[in-house]
Design a protein around this ligand. Structure first.
Ligand code: ADP
Length: 494
């Protein structure tokens, strides 16, 4: 288990607590340290001339002897004024000759005279701490003055200020109402800052929280339902989180779309493999059947039957070849680099040629194949071989799905900088439900399935793809029992 909170606002509040704690602590340490120094400075400055005054007021030393009575009187007077003050008489080397503190409490015999010299030299670097005779390790602020005896330095009067009672700064605080009040106000300020900070973090992190919840919901929906952030509108003055939200929202929409496309592509791929194998198997089985019959019954069959069986086998062979050709063609058209050569050509001539190609077939089926092509049709831009394929596929279908006595018409008309080609027939038509699907790969209208003469269902897929490569589209109108009309347009060469 970890103590670090998992939510962003939790982490921010934790960081704030640590920060404010650190600030509070350093403030306390700083306040205690400076207060102590300040008190010492004030104390020392206040009593700067205390030792000098004492020396001036009392003749403490005369010759080799100490004036004990004068000293005692001075100690006594001081004790009354300030019991925290201790007075020491030192010789010229710093040795303690006598003192005012209770006997037994003084632990040092000698005082280092360097701080005393610094004190006597003056200057502003207060507080100056000297050795505390009552503590073999400690230092305290002091006042000092040289004791002269007839022009000779007899020693120093060393007055330790503050005394025992003020060693502890904590006690200083305890004893000061003002300092306690200031510390209380500072602590309250910090707590207030902490609460305000925590509240503002909660407020500031509400959008990341919403965003996170929305992303979580998106994940739960298995990336099916795009993320929705209510009221999150594009705003030029929005901050990074606003931008992030909108970006994530549009990313989720894109992901949903892409996942859908991938799923559909996957289903289509599976269907296609199933369709291809089915379409290959059917003619293959028939082909195998006819060849087996000829082989097994060989001699028993009349020449005529033999010929018929071989012809049927050949027909299925042809169908297989056509299917593989169409598959290959579609694969090429759908590749990254489709083979397309754009040039300017006469659609009128091409339409006449293609119609001519199917004339015999139409006659055989007793269908009239007409063309309505004006004389002044302008040249168009496109791949002539691919457009020829489009016209062939459409006329082939029209002839295939139109009964005897019907009519197929190929017409061209000008329309706003384009030439519109229309292939219409008086065939069986396509029902409204089937119409949207006829351009799908392997799609065949119900009646066409099982019809040996019908194609593999790739013809219109190829047509659609070729026109797509020309930035054009194929349109269809059909009425069952009346006829069908396909239409596409190509730009006039400009
Ligand atoms: P196929 O090679 O089977 O003809 P297509 O992709 O060319 O496949 O056509 C798809 C389906 O659309 C066909 O199965 C057919 O039933 C229908 N179809 C295409 N053209 C016509 C038309 N002119 N009249 C009626 N039905 C048509």
């Amino acid at each position: 288990m970890t103590l670090v909170p998992r939510s962003l606002h939790g982490k921010l509040v934790a960081a704030l607590v640590v920060l404010i704690g650190a600030i509070g602590l350093s403030y306390v340490v700083l306040a205690l340290g400076t207060t102590r120094l300040y008190l010492e400075e004030v104390n020392q400055k206040l009593h700067r001339s205390l030792a000098a005054n004492l020396v001036a007021e009392n003749k403490l030393v005369s010759g080799e002897t100490i004036n004990h009575a004068a000293l005692k009187q001075a100690f006594h007077n001081l004790m009354i004024v300030n019991p925290a003050i201790e007075v020491y008489l030192l010789d010229a080397e710093g040795r303690i000759l006598t003192f005012s503190a209770p006997p037994g409490k003084v632990l040092r015999k000698r005082i280092d005279l360097d701080p005393v010299a610094a004190f006597l030299a003056g200057g502003e670097a207060f507080p100056i701490r000297g050795e505390d005779p009552r503590d073999s390790e400690g230092y305290k602020v002091f006042s000092a003055a040289p004791v002269m005896d007839g022009g000779r330095l007899a020693g120093y009067l060393y007055v330790v200020l503050g005394g025992e009672a003020y060693d502890s700064v904590v006690r200083v605080f305890q004893s000061s109402y003002i300092l306690r009040l200031a510390a209380g106000v500072a602590a309250a300020g910090l707590i207030l800052a902490l609460v305000a900070g925590a509240l503002s973090f909660i407020w500031l992190t509400r959008r990341p929280r919403r965003l996170s919840a929305a992303v979580e919901a998106f994940k739960r929906s298995d990336f099916q339902e795009p993320l929705r952030l209510k009221g999150w509108r594009p705003n030029p003055r929005g901050d990074e989180i606003d931008h992030l939200g909108l970006t994530v929202e549009s990313m989720s929409r894109r992901m949903v779309r892409q996942i859908g496309l991938l799923r559909r592509a996957d289903t289509a791929r599976r269907d296609m493999v199933a369709n291809i194998s089915h379409d290959l198997r059917t003619p293959l089985t028939s082909l195998q059947g006819y060849l087996d019959t000829v082989l097994m019954k060989g001699g028993d069959l009349t020449r005529e039957d033999q010929r018929r069986y071989v012809e049927l086998a050949l027909k299925h062979c042809h169908r297989l070849g056509q299917l593989t050709d169409e598959l290959f063609e579609l694969a090429k058209l759908e590749s990254d680099k489709p083979p397309i050569q754009i040039e300017s050509f006469s659609l009128a001539e091409l339409a006449q040629d293609v119609a001519q190609k199917f004339r015999l077939e139409a006659e055989k089926r007793r269908i009239s194949l007409d063309t309505e092509i004006p004389r002044d049709v302008l040249a168009v831009t496109g791949d002539i071989a691919l457009i020829e394929r489009v016209l062939e596929n459409l006329i082939e279908n029209a002839l295939r799905y139109t009964p005897i006595g019907g009519r197929v018409c190929l017409s061209l008309v000008h329309d706003a900088g384009r030439i519109v080609a229309r292939i219409s027939d008086t065939g069986r038509g396509i029902s409204r439900e089937e119409l949207p699907h006829i351009f799908e790969r392997f799609y065949r209208v119900e009646k066409a399935r099982g019809d040996a003469s019908a194609g593999a269902g790739l013809g219109l897929a190829i047509v659609k793809r070729i026109l797509q490569l020309h930035d054009s589209a194929i349109e269809v109108e059909s009425e069952p029992g009346v006829g069908t009309s396909f239409r596409f347009a190509l730009p006039v060469t400009g």
